[in-house]
Design a protein around this ligand. Structure first.
Ligand SMILES: Nc1nc2c(ncn2[C@@H]2O[C@H](COP(=O)(O)OP(=O)(O)OP(=O)(O)O)[C@@H](O)[C@H]2O)c(=O)[nH]1
Ligand SMILES: [Mg+2]
Length: 329
């Protein structure tokens, strides 16, 4: 079971800009004093929590984060520009660990929380700083402070946003294996899935959600039939359910209401959750009349409904988009 999302990244603050060696030049001032400016400060690396994010998926694609260096000092006592800080957005609940020592650096548990993980280097002093009564024309300036570098492991306890429910063999694990990074066992007998599985679904850059695949439910589950309802606790806190139904079921509408009755018996609150009906295995069906009519029937009952073939990949993009929309609304 993967309830922990993890990613290791390399962060580097910006180094300070070097100070400058320079002397004032002006008409009628043959020996101007030192006027080399200070270097600018390098950018900090700052982590910021964003309640709009729910996974660490993006960190698997971008692993290096470097803030810019400060600019060198200028002439005429002009300081170099300081670099902007680099803000890295992470989901609320992200834990930062030092990758080498395993030590917890910070637990970013609050919304809009900021944490400076690495300070940018200070800019070096320009040669004006080194002027003394005895040294009128200093030839030296300070280099900028070097940048800092660290390998960090990000950890996030995942909470499922979307739960997959349905009869055994409905195709729940096949679906999660096609739309997420989870690779569950799939087989053509009931109760293949024995423990819940989580998967992260990427919608597009910066947008993802977490799906939970749970063991199939059957009529009488509230009395312990099949694997019972013990796993429903894993989807109790999800925002919505995808209710999968094999299009070959003899009476899909009846099966649908039987499962919903089990949900109600477990907890009436579960029935209040949004459900999207997903007709599965449509590749095995010749013609689309049955599908169209079933979709209409579910719509009439007030449920959004879609048809998919996980094996052929049909309807999966639409399903992911619609799920994300429902989940965000
Ligand atoms: N042709 C076809 N077969 C599918 C499709 N989706 C799932 N299957 C098959 O249906 C069977 C059951 O699939 P699973 O994904 O294991 O079903 P499940 O709902 O997770 O089942 P449980 O874990 O037992 O509750 C497997 O043999 C799959 O290969 C599909 O889109 N088309
Ligand atoms: Mg399964």
């Amino acid at each position: 079971m993967r309830f922990l999302d993890e990613a290791t990244i390399r962060i580097q603050s910006g180094s300070g800009g070097p100070g400058r060696v320079s002397f004032r030049r002006a008409k009628f001032v043959p020996k101007g004093g030192p006027d080399g400016g200070d270097g600018g400060k390098g950018g900090d690396i700052i982590f910021v929590t964003d309640s709009g994010l729910s996974t660490l998926l993006d960190f698997r694609y971008t692993r290096e984060y470097k803030a810019k260096n400060g600019e060198p000092g200028g002439t005429q006592l002009k300081s170099g520009a300081s670099a902007c800080d680099l803000r890295i957005r992470v989901p609320v609940g992200t834990l930062l660990r030092d990758q080498k020592t395993g030590e917890v650096i910070v637990d970013l548990a609050e919304s809009a929380q900021e944490f400076v993980a690495l300070k940018g280097g200070r800019g070096g002093k320009g040669n004006h700083f080194f002027k003394r009564s005895t040294v009128q024309a200093p030839q030296k300036a300070q280099p900028g402070e070097p940048s800092q570098l660290k390998e960090i492991t990000l950890e996030l306890k995942l909470l499922a946003d979307v739960g997959l429910i349905g009869l055994p063999n409905a195709g729940k694990s096949t679906l999660i294996s096609r739309i997420s990074n989870s690779k569950p066992k799939i087989a053509d007998y009931p109760f293949t899935t024995l423990v819940p599985q989580l998967g992260v679904v990427k919608v597009e850059e910066g947008k993802s959600f977490v799906v939970a695949d749970i063991p199939g439910l059957i009529s009488g589950a509230h009395q312990g039939a099949g694997l019972g309802l013990q796993f429903l606790k894993h989807v109790e806190r999800t925002k919505l359910f995808l209710h999968l139904i094999d299009v070959f079921e003899k009476d899909p509408l009846r099966r649908f209401s039987e499962i919903n009755e089990e949900l109600r018996l477990y907890s009436p609150k579960l029935l209040k959750k949004k459900q999207i009906v997903v007709l599965t295995k449509t590749d095995l069906l010749k013609g689309s009349r049955k599908i169209t009519s079933l979709l209409q029937k579910f719509n009439t009952l007030g449920y959004p409904a879609l048809a998919i073939s996980a094996v052929q990949g049909k309807g999966l993009r639409e399903l992911v988009m619609q799920t994300y929309r429902e989940f965000c609304s």
